[in-house]
Design a protein around this ligand. Structure first.
Ligand code: C2E
Ligand code: MG
Ligand code: MG
Ligand code: MG
Length: 274
């Protein structure tokens, strides 16, 4: 009986791995197709100054509605893209899409707040990154500070000369850099404070459960410490007024979340201006 049970378990396990591999391969091929045929889309989510509710800027988030695979969530396909060395290409696609939209809006006479673009981990360690971005920006007659970049804690803690050079080069051109999903990794503010990084984005997980005493204490400490070292703080994923009120009292600078705005298409953003 035992042998039979474990045989079954093994077969189920194998099927599962096989399915996972097939799905991953399908997504990988899908990403290549989507890059080729421009099947991705960018949506923008507004970021606000919590103290006065002025619009601070936007975050660009990629979307993929594939004719064959359906809607694939970005955290799933971005991770797969990174694993098969397509992260860089994906980032550049988003950057180029965002910059072209900013240029279009500028030509139409709209003054657009900065748009933050997420950069995959390995890409931020590429020495070519800064020049590539600078070229795209100047090609469209824009200035570098029309965008911001978001990197993860792991990258910021990477401590490699290329990463430091990239950070400094962007800073020199007025491009703000944010540490995304702050609190989920193992970074130390003592180290981050010496980097040319302007913003900490506290991960949604802490905000969701902010009334839990442990999270309350942690978020409060993150905001106080960021303030002490002269960095701005943004709370991700604010969904309720209660969360907003708590963060406001803690002195959190910026906020982003469904309470204020969902990620929307460029067309939706334009409607808001008219
Ligand atoms: P992230 O950069 O931390 O982005 C924030 C995520 O939280 C987004 O999910 C956003 O839609 C979601 N969000 C915002 N406010 C709320 C809220 O109030 N409640 C809830 N439940 N969620 C909220 P999304 O768009 O699914 O992206 C997931 C992750 O995928 C991103 O996390 C980022 O790591 C990655 N990603 C998305 N777009 C891009 C991209 O263009 N390039 C790269 N490299 N990564 C991207
Ligand atoms: Mg982000
Ligand atoms: Mg984030
Ligand atoms: Mg997050």
């Amino acid at each position: 009986f035992e042998a039979k049970a474990s045989n079954q378990a093994i077969r189920v396990f194998h099927q599962d791995i096989h399915q996972q591999l097939t799905q991953r391969l399908e997504i990988e091929q899908g990403i290549r197709r989507a890059l080729d045929q421009n099947l991705f889309e960018v949506v923008l989510q507004a970021k606000y100054n919590l103290q006065d509710m002025h619009l601070n800027g936007y975050e660009a988030l990629i979307r993929w509605h594939d004719p064959e695979l359906g809607t694939v969530p970005p955290d799933v396909f971005v991770a797969i893209a990174e694993r098969v060395n397509l992260g860089e290409e994906l980032d550049l696609w988003v950057l180029s899409n965002v910059l072209q939209q900013i240029a279009t809006w500028r030509q139409a006479g709209y003054q657009v707040k900065p748009i933050a673009v997420n950069i995959t981990a390995a890409h931020f360690s590429q020495p070519e990154l800064f020049n590539r971005v600078a070229e795209m920006v100047s090609h469209l007659d824009l200035s570098m500070d029309c965008i911001e970049l978001e990197i993860t804690e792991g990258v910021a803690m990477g401590n490699s000369q290329v990463i430091l050079d990239n950070l400094q080069a962007f800073k020199n051109k007025g491009v703000n850099i944010a540490i995304d999903d702050f609190g989920t990794g193992y970074s130390s503010l003592a180290y981050l404070k010496d980097l040319p990084v302007q913003l900490l984005k506290i991960d949604r997980a802490f905000i969701q459960d902010i009334e839990h005493p442990k999270n309350f204490g942690l978020v409060n400490a993150m905001i106080a410490m960021a303030d002490a070292v002269g960095m701005q703080v943004l709370a991700e994923g604010i969904e309720t007024e209660r969360q907003r009120d708590i963060l406001l009292k803690m002195g959190c600078d910026l906020g982003q979340g469904y309470l204020f705005a969902r990620p929307v298409s460029y067309a939706e953003i334009e409607k808001g201006w008219i």
